[in-house]
Structure formats: structure tokens, C-alpha cells
Design a protein around this ligand. Structure first.
Ligand code: IMP
Ligand code: MG
Length: 174
């Protein structure tokens, strides 16, 4: 990374927050075995760290979503490009993403998976760009609220680059 990037959260800061979220989830889901649904690709690192932080058993599955249609942001829809393998009926589901921006991805996945009869379904996000929200989506477990900046690292990309960075940085677009 060069001088056009600014580190927002370093490795230790992220680890502490992930640990905090994992502790809360472990307490709230004690006696249960939640299904962690990793929203590909960006959430693979966060989900892996979160799962390792849990002190309760859990299982993992993956979904790949893409947005399509609509020339305006408000008319965009989400399509599932790669679906879950697990039947989530009667399971406790946690949908995991690294960042929530407009809220559209999380909102539509909550609705689609919510229609499959899970025992419960909630959203987990490490970062929340709240000022960008278009759809009012409930985020049960949230790490940090961030301003409207484009971030990379810790799984998040810009044109598939920077996912490997162990920290989260803001990309400057000047
Ligand atoms: P939403 O549907 O608008 O909430 O967008 C959520 C998705 O957009 C995330 O899963 C990311 O893939 C992507 N995204 C949103 N903001 C950023 C960012 O600042 N950096 C990288 N990806 C982002
Ligand atoms: Mg991306």
C-alpha cells in the first residue's frame, strides 16, 4: 500500500473487536449450534476469525450474491449466484458480512433465507457505513461504524485487490 491509503483499523484493533463480537454471540447462542453464513467473497476472513473466536459449536456455509438490474441504486436487486448447501429450516442462522453499505445485500438475503423457515436469522457485520443506508436493515452484531469512505483489506477488495491486507484501510480517490 502507498501513501494514498490510510489505515483505519490495525490488526490488533480488528482482532479485539472480532473477539468481542464472538463473545457476545457465544453467550447469546449458548446451548445452540448456529449456522454461520459467510457472504462471499468479502466475508471469508472475518467469518473464519469469528468462527474461531466462538466458544460454542457452529457450522459454516457460504452464499455468493450479486446485484443486478436497475440503473438507479434504489432499484437494484440481489441474485443468489451460489446458494447454501445446508438446509437452514429450524436452524439458528447468522448472516455474516464484513461491511454493510446501502444495506441491500443483507436485507435481501435476510428475506430470502428468512423465507426458508430458520429458527432465527440475524445479521453480523464488522463495519457499518450507516450514512449510506438505503434499506433499513437490523444488524444484531455490529463492530465499527465508519464514515462514507471506500475501504479495503481484511477480505475487502477494490477490483479484487487488497483482500489479503491484515488491516483495514481507506482508499483515497483523488
Ligand atoms: P450493500 O448491499 O450496499 O450493503 O453492499 C454490501 C457489499 O458491498 C459488501 O458486501 C461489499 O462487497 C461491498 N462494499 C460496500 N462498501 C465497500 C467498501 O468500502 N469496500 C469494499 N467493498 C464494499
Ligand atoms: Mg467488491
Amino acid at each position: 500500500m502507498d501513501e494514498s491509503h490510510e489505515i483505519l483499523f490495525d490488526e490488533q484493533t480488528i482482532a479485539n473487536k472480532v473477539e468481542e463480537l464472538a463473545s457476545r454471540i457465544s453467550a447469546d447462542y449458548a446451548g445452540k449450534e448456529p449456522v454461520l453464513v459467510c457472504i462471499l467473497k468479502g466475508a471469508m476472513i472475518f467469518t473464519a476469525d469469528l468462527m474461531r473466536g466462538l466458544t460454542i459449536p457452529s457450522v459454516i456455509d457460504f452464499v455468493r450474491a450479486a446485484s443486478y438490474g436497475g440503473s438507479t441504486t434504489s432499484s437494484k436487486s440481489i441474485t443468489i449466484e451460489q446458494d447454501l448447501q445446508i438446509d437452514i429450516r429450524d436452524r439458528h442462522v447468522l448472516l455474516v458480512d464484513t461491511i454493510i453499505d446501502t444495506g441491500r445485500t443483507m436485507d435481501q438475503l435476510l428475506r430470502k433465507f428468512g423465507a426458508r423457515g430458520p429458527a432465527s436469522i440475524k445479521a453480523v457485520a464488522l463495519l457499518d457505513k450507516k450514512s449510506r443506508r438505503v434499506v433499513d436493515v437490523a444488524v444484531a452484531y455490529r463492530g465499527f461504524e465508519i464514515p462514507d469512505v471506500f475501504v479495503v483489506g481484511y477480505g475487502m477488495d477494490c477490483a479484487e485487490k487488497f483482500r489479503n491486507l491484515p488491516y483495514i484501510a481507506a482508499l483515497k480517490t483523488d
